[in-house]
Design a protein around this ligand. Structure first.
Ligand code: DX5
Ligand code: ZN
Length: 228
């Protein structure tokens, strides 16, 4: 088993007027990576930021931190090169946003980034499966994308479980409403990359929340490997 538990705070619900400082604070509190939510007002009913902001974050935070770009955009093909140039580490696009994932996956790799592929709650995991061997990470959304602070959809867990069974070493990310109350469901289903926004950002002790999430996930991974 090659995957490990990683926690990626989503900065969407942070103080966006101090984005760089909020990212640093998360890294200081033990974040394994940063989950950066890009929204274009078209694929989702909200707008956030694009490559120029990512470039400033990369300059401020240095080469080390892993930036997982959650691209909630129509025409994801358009932003591959600009995001790579801005310093993105992984380009996670939505299956619903493209009719042709193959060339897009290739382009992301050729740009030097890792490839993530996400599905919204209404998309089946069987639609993602044909691409699983070509990607680094599958993202199972556990809310409708667009806003932080929504309720976790537990009925997405069979998707995670199915993916984990079919692709034992794939990185599987969950995103939306994940925090101390829902982490056990995610971890037991087989998720290993955990995005958490409000549960971490709104906590008075984000360090403890991050360690709690990681410990729950690591414990489930350990158990899974013993059960095999
Ligand atoms: C929602 C975003 C999420 C969101 C997570 O569309 O993709 O990353 O910010 O925030 P919480 O954990 O508050 O649901
Ligand atoms: Zn996200």
């Amino acid at each position: 088993m090659s995957y490990t538990a990683k926690i990626g705070p989503s900065i969407l619900n942070s103080d966006l007027a101090c984005l760089g400082a909020e990212c640093s604070r998360m890294l200081d509190c033990g974040a394994d990576y940063l989950h950066l939510d890009v929204m274009d007002g078209h694929f989702v009913p909200n707008i956030t930021f694009g490559p120029p902001v990512v470039e400033c974050l990369r300059t401020q935070l240095g080469p080390q931190p892993f930036f997982d770009m959650h691209m909630m955009v129509s025409r994801p093909e358009q932003w591959v090169r600009p995001m790579a140039a801005a310093g993105a580490s992984q380009y996670t696009f939505h299956l619903e946003a493209t009719s042709n994932p193959g060339p897009l996956i290739k382009d992301i790799r050729e740009s030097g980034m890792k490839v993530g592929l996400g599905i919204k709650p209404g998309t089946t995991v069987e639609e993602l499966a044909p691409w699983a061997a070509q990607i680094d990470m599958a993202l199972v959304m556990t809310v409708e994308p667009g806003f932080g602070g929504q309720k976790f959809m537990e009925d997405m867990m069979p998707k995670v479980n199915w993916l984990r069974t079919q692709f034992p070493s794939l990185d599987i990310e969950v995103d939306g409403g994940v925090g101390p109350d829902s982490i056990h469901k995610c971890a037991e289903a087989g998720a290993n990359m955990i995005v958490s926004g409000s549960a971490i950002m709104k906590s008075a002790d984000p360090r403890s929340v991050i360690s709690l999430l990681r410990a729950a996930c690591a414990e489930a991974i350990q158990k899974r490997s013993l059960d095999r």
